[in-house]
Design a binder for this molecule. Structure first.
Ligand code: MN
Length: 253
């Protein structure tokens, strides 16, 4: 990440500390608020993609993705589902002696050594933290650029073909889970995982670094789309935050 990006991220984080307070107090109380602020500061200094053990503020309002994801779905998804994964992860970490000052990625890499509670909630926390940042209000720039689009074109023949293949994988994930674009040994790959697993986990069938992930649990879309998962997937492309996805890609090449 360039210095300019680091500075603008720091500014962004400074301006969102109030948001952190409002959102954290609801489910975590003051100690979690303080640890959230500290972690936020650390992230601003570091330019890595490391994920702390606290839920970060949503980078937009609950109604900012309306017409693609409705306000109530966003509110319930962020404040209840995702917040619960974070809370349960912190509980599991305390019970199993995990150092929560280290990134969540350290747990994911060796998640087979921990309980099923740790597996479900470390994945649930990590996947959602990534998911919120992977979206933004609708813009006209709804495709990637730079090195990422070059590699997508090379690997999948075109951006349209890439979206079709990713969409098919997301539609075909039986039950709850995630669809992924990920990097494995220098190559872009597509795949999916059940439940809250992800490609960073040592127990996952697909392994690598997640570049883009789509939540296909019914809680992510059911209020607006009911059984029409395909419509949710198709609409979702309008709110993908490609600059962030490019940063993820560029952090591993
Ligand atoms: Mn979810």
């Amino acid at each position: 990440m360039s210095m300019d990006n680091t500075n603008s991220r720091r500014k962004f984080l400074k301006t969102t500390v109030k948001g952190t307070a409002a959102l954290s107090i609801g489910f975590g109380g003051m100690s979690e608020l303080l640890s959230s602020c500290n972690t936020t500061k650390n992230i601003a200094v570091s330019s890595s993609m490391a994920t702390p053990f606290v839920q970060q503020p949503l980078p937009y309002k609950f109604d900012s993705l309306e017409n693609v994801i409705d306000k109530l779905t966003m509110e319930i998804h962020y404040s209840r589902h995702a917040a619960t994964y974070t809370k349960n992860l912190i509980e599991a970490a305390a019970a199993e002696g995990v150092d929560t000052n280290k990134p969540v990625e350290d747990v994911l890499k060796k998640v087979s050594k921990y309980s099923i509670k740790m597996r479900n909630n470390s994945g649930g926390h990590y996947n959602h933290e990534m998911f919120w940042k992977s979206m933004r209000p609708k813009t006209n720039e709804n495709k990637p650029s730079g090195k990422l689009i070059e590699n997508i074109d090379k690997t999948f023949s075109s951006f349209g073909e890439f979206k079709n293949k990713f969409g098919d994988i997301a539609k075909n994930r039986f039950g709850s889970g995630w669809a992924w674009l990920y990097m494995e040994a220098g190559s872009l790959k597509l795949g999916s995982t059940p439940n809250q697993d992800n490609p960073l986990m040592d127990v996952s069938e697909i392994k690598g670094f997640p570049i883009l992930g789509l939540d296909v649990w019914e809680h992510a879309y059911y209020l607006k789309y009911q059984n029409k998962r395909a419509d949710y997937i198709e609409n979702w492309w309008n709110v993908v935050n490609w600059p962030y996805i490019q940063q993820r890609y560029e952090s591993v090449i």
